[in-house]
Design a protein around this ligand. Structure first.
Ligand code: PMP
Length: 345
């Protein structure tokens, strides 16, 4: 299948606000489920002590996450969402004037953060299937490259790089160039697509794996993200850890979420089922939609965003009229199908 994906990333920090609130806002690849009652209770209890500061530098949160991931606490750095951690990585591992290599389009945060860190962006277009072109990315790495970002699954297409291709790429990139493997949507992957990150970081001292509680864990509003890698690299990134920078609610929310893994996994499963059903229905109506393994679908334009907007559905838009929509809410998914059935190509 050939999917033309047009780069829609604009390095602007301005957020566009529409005057009429949409019926469904699917712009931000959020989890449609509100926090579990057990997670809400745990967070609520910390609020009763909100007159107290959290830890000066986070210790409990990294060690909680490390225990879950299977690494040592000094191999984890936490921050304000994956975005906060990624910015900290850019600020500690790169210097202004150097280059950052990523696919285009990608998560909007990367062009924005590249600009903030004074880096020159080297955007590498996606291939015809809507996936990251690792060969072209490897070619883009040169003396000036300070960081390479690879997403698995990728945003906005949801595609998943084959494990062997990613491994070959990691072996091929010079060891002096840090690689950020963005796994913001890793919990939505099937078992067959999952790669053991511990084996990867054991083999590649220049690799950092980035994850978040914003997506499958449904805690985007609490801003909790983390990265893990070899202790030396993490020590470097931790140098810019903001004192008192993680709220006490973060530790409580993560502990309660880990205790509720089966319930969360059931939700994740429902989201992926909804996603696959909507994709199949849209494909049957002629849309060439990349095979997404995340909690969103990329629906190629032209006119897709407009057709959705007319039906009261806000989507992330791309310059050629293509849309990315968050999935998982059955009524929103139904509305998307209705809106695009009349717009079928
Ligand atoms: N990486 C990717 C690929 C994303 O899509 C996002 C959010 N859209 C993030 C990182 C950042 O997520 P957060 O800061 O909410 O953890």
């Amino acid at each position: 299948m050939s999917v033309r994906v047009v780069d829609g990333t604009r390095p602007s920090r301005r957020h566009q606000v529409s005057r009429v609130p949409p019926r469904f806002d699917l712009t931000l690849s959020e989890n449609p489920f509100p926090p579990l009652p057990s997670v809400l209770r745990a967070v609520h209890m910390t609020l009763a002590q909100a007159n107290r500061y959290p830890e000066f530098l986070p210790r409990r949160l990294p060690s909680l996450i490390a225990g879950h991931v299977g690494v040592r606490a000094d191999q984890v750095v936490v921050g304000s969402g994956a975005t906060g951690v990624a910015l900290q990585i850019l600020q500690t591992l790169t210097t202004p004037g150097k280059e950052i290599v990523y696919s285009a389009p990608t998560f909007d945060g990367y062009p924005i953060m590249a600009e903030m860190a004074g880096l020159e962006a080297v955007p590498v277009p996606l291939n015809a299937a809507g996936d990251q072109d690792l060969r072209a990315m490897r070619h883009a790495v040169d003396r000036r490259t300070a960081l390479v970002v690879v997403c698995r699954p990728h945003n906005p297409t949801g595609t998943v790089l084959p494990a062997d291709e990613l491994k070959a790429f990691l072996s091929d990139v010079p060891a002096r160039v840090p690689v950020l493997l963005d796994e913001a949507y890793v919990e939505f992957l099937g078992a067959a697509e999952y790669i053991d990150p511990l084996a990867l970081i054991a083999k590649h001292p220049n690799l950092l794996v980035l994850r978040t509680f914003s997506k499958a864990y449904g805690l985007a509003g609490l801003r909790i993200g983390y990265a893990f890698g070899r202790p030396e690299l993490i020590a470097h990134v931790s140098k810019l850890q903001l004192p008192f920078g993680m709220s006490a609610a973060a530790v409580a929310a993560v502990a309660a979420s880990y205790a509720a893994e089966p319930e969360l996994a059931a939700r994740t499963f429902r989201i992926t089922e909804e996603r696959d059903a909507l994709r199949a229905a849209l494909m049957a109506r002629g849309f060439a939609i990349p095979e997404s393994r995340a909690n969103f679908l990329y629906i190629p334009g032209p006119g897709t965003v407009t057709a959705l907007r007319r039906a009261g559905i806000a989507a992330k838009s791309y310059p050629d009229g293509s849309a990315r929509i968050a999935v998982g809410d059955p009524s929103a998914d139904h509305a998307v199908l209705q809106a695009l059935s009349t717009h079928a190509r």
